[in-house]
Every structure is written in C-alpha cells, then in structure tokens.
Design a protein around this ligand. Structure first.
Ligand code: MN
Length: 294
C-alpha cells in the first residue's frame, strides 16, 4: 500500500511547533509519514535534528518536508541579490533535510510564495530565473539524496507552476533524477480542466501527492470526486506517498498564510482533530482498497 501521511499543521496554527509531539501522534493514529515545513530546520541544532530523526525511526514515521518560500528568498527574482540569496537559502534547507536522512522536499520551493503585485504580461523571465536557480540547487539535492518536488499550486499562491503540464515542463528543463513533481488535489480543483487527466499526464513522474478537499477540509468531507482521483492513481499504478494537507482552524500564522478565516470543523480541539485525522486515514485506506492499490 502507498505510504499515507499527514501535514503537521492540521493541528498547529503556527508553522513551527513541537515536532516530537506530532511524530508520536502521527504514529499513534497510524500514519506512515509526517510532513512539516522545512524552514524550522534551519533554526534547529544538529542534536535536536538527530533526536527527532531517532524518535521518528523508533515509532516508524518517515519525515517529509514542504515549504512556501519567503519572497525575501525568491529564486525567480529579477533582483540578482535576492535570487542568489534564495539559492543559498534553499541549498541550506536541502542540506538539513539530507542531514535528517530525508528524501523529499515539496511545496512552492521554486519561487517566492504568492504572486507579483505588478503588471506582468509574460512570466517567462521569472521562469528562466527560477530554472537557472534550480540547476544550482538541484546539485545540492543530488549530493544529499533529496528529491526536490515542484508542486503545482493555484493562481493565488504562485504564478510559475499552476498545472501538471507546467510542472512537467519545469522538471524537463532541470533534467535531473532528483527533480520530482507533486500534485495536490486542492490546487488541481482550481486549475485543472480534469483532475484525472492531470494525474495521468504526470504518470510515473508523480513523486508525491497531496490530498485535501476543495475547501481544504479532510478528504471525503467536501465535493471533490475521490473516485476520479483514486481511479486515476490506479491508472498510473501510483506507488508513492499520499500526504493529506487539510487546514481547518482559523488564526495564527497558518490562518494568515493559508487564508483560513473561519473554523472549518466545529470546535477544532486537539481531540476533535485527532478524530478527523483518524477518519481521513481510514477514508484513504478504503479508497486504496476500492481501487486495488492496497
Ligand atoms: Mn500541497
């Protein structure tokens, strides 16, 4: 069966939190993978990173990483100082992931998170800056055994890679075994004409997969067509990770950045979110069984 995971900020309103607590919690609920924002790694001592990795190994959790790149480190920037600073910053993050024996980074990791606020008739110059940056960063990813997944995100969170086709075109230009593609059902729901066709287009180059509903609640709670989604994963014989990335609580840094301005479940206490996590894990296991992926 595919490894099933959860993003730590399902529970936490701030990006940095008590990672050890959530490693234990994810294992207890039955997940195989815990994903969290990569940036806090830069603030951790090597000893702390080793302790987290040891704990994760003990409880059988794989740690994966995602990020929404701060625009101060925008590797698609026409400002060479910002671009080069971003290259250095992302290389340092990749080195931390390598130090943790991690193998996967995803997210808006190829440009600053967000969209330009000026009139832009052609994104090609930003794309080319990003490609130039990534050809440098990918060498560090290769040296550290990290697959650097570009995630196609919706138009409100980025302008470079909105669709599966754009993610593939980007990966083609990097041409490394360490560049990967990540699709996310929440973003695909906004940008793709057909979610099933987008999954089939990426095919065996799909390195990781994020799940979330149209409104970023837990899979199965909104109006996405999960039969279409899991049917397409079966069509491509998808064997990699499936990491759920719901955000249901207003407030904090997460509410600010993800634009969660109301609670999306009643009384989102920790116990209530634990229940929701157990529910979604079961939902995904059942869908995998239904489509013969289990
Ligand atoms: Mn995602």
């Amino acid at each position: 069966m595919n490894k099933l995971g959860i993003f730590m900020n399902f529970w936490e309103k701030n990006w940095d939190a008590d990672h050890a607590k959530y490693i234990k919690k994810a294992a207890k609920i039955g997940f195989d993978v815990l994903e969290f924002q990569a940036q806090p790694l830069l603030e951790m001592s090597k000893g702390h990173m080793r302790d987290l990795k040891k704990l994760a190994d003990e409880v059988g959790i794989e740690l994966t990483y995602s990020l929404g790149l701060d625009r101060a480190y925008d590797v698609s920037s026409p400002d060479e100082k910002i671009r080069l600073g971003g290259v250095d910053y992302l290389k340092r993050i990749v080195e931390c992931i390598g130090y943790m024996d991690g193998t996967l980074l995803s997210g808006v990791s190829y440009a600053g998170w967000g969209t330009p606020s000026y009139v832009m008739d052609d994104k090609r110059p930003l794309w080319e800056n990003s490609i130039k940056s990534m050809r440098e960063i990918i060498k560090t990813a290769e040296d550290n055994g990290v697959t650097y997944c570009v995630e196609a995100v919706n138009r409100f969170e980025g302008c470079l890679i909105n669709t599966a086709a754009e993610a593939l075109a980007y990966a083609d230009e990097i041409d490394s075994k360490n560049i990967g593609v990540l699709l996310d059902t929440y973003h695909m729901n906004i940008e793709e004409t057909s979610i099933g066709d987008a999954i089939r287009l990426v095919g065996d180059r799909l390195t990781s997969f994020h799940t979330g509903e149209n409104n970023r609640t837990a899979p199965g709670k909104g109006h996405l067509d999960w039969d279409e989604i899991f049917g397409a994963l079966k069509d491509i014989d998808y064997k990699n990770r499936i990491v759920s990335e719901p955000f249901v609580m207003q407030g904090g840094e997460v509410g600010r950045d993800i634009k969660v301005f109301r609670d999306l479940i009643d009384n989102p206490s920790e116990a209530r979110i634990d229940e929701e996590a157990a529910y979604l894990l079961n939902f995904e296991k059942e869908m995998l069984k239904k489509y013969g992926l289990a």
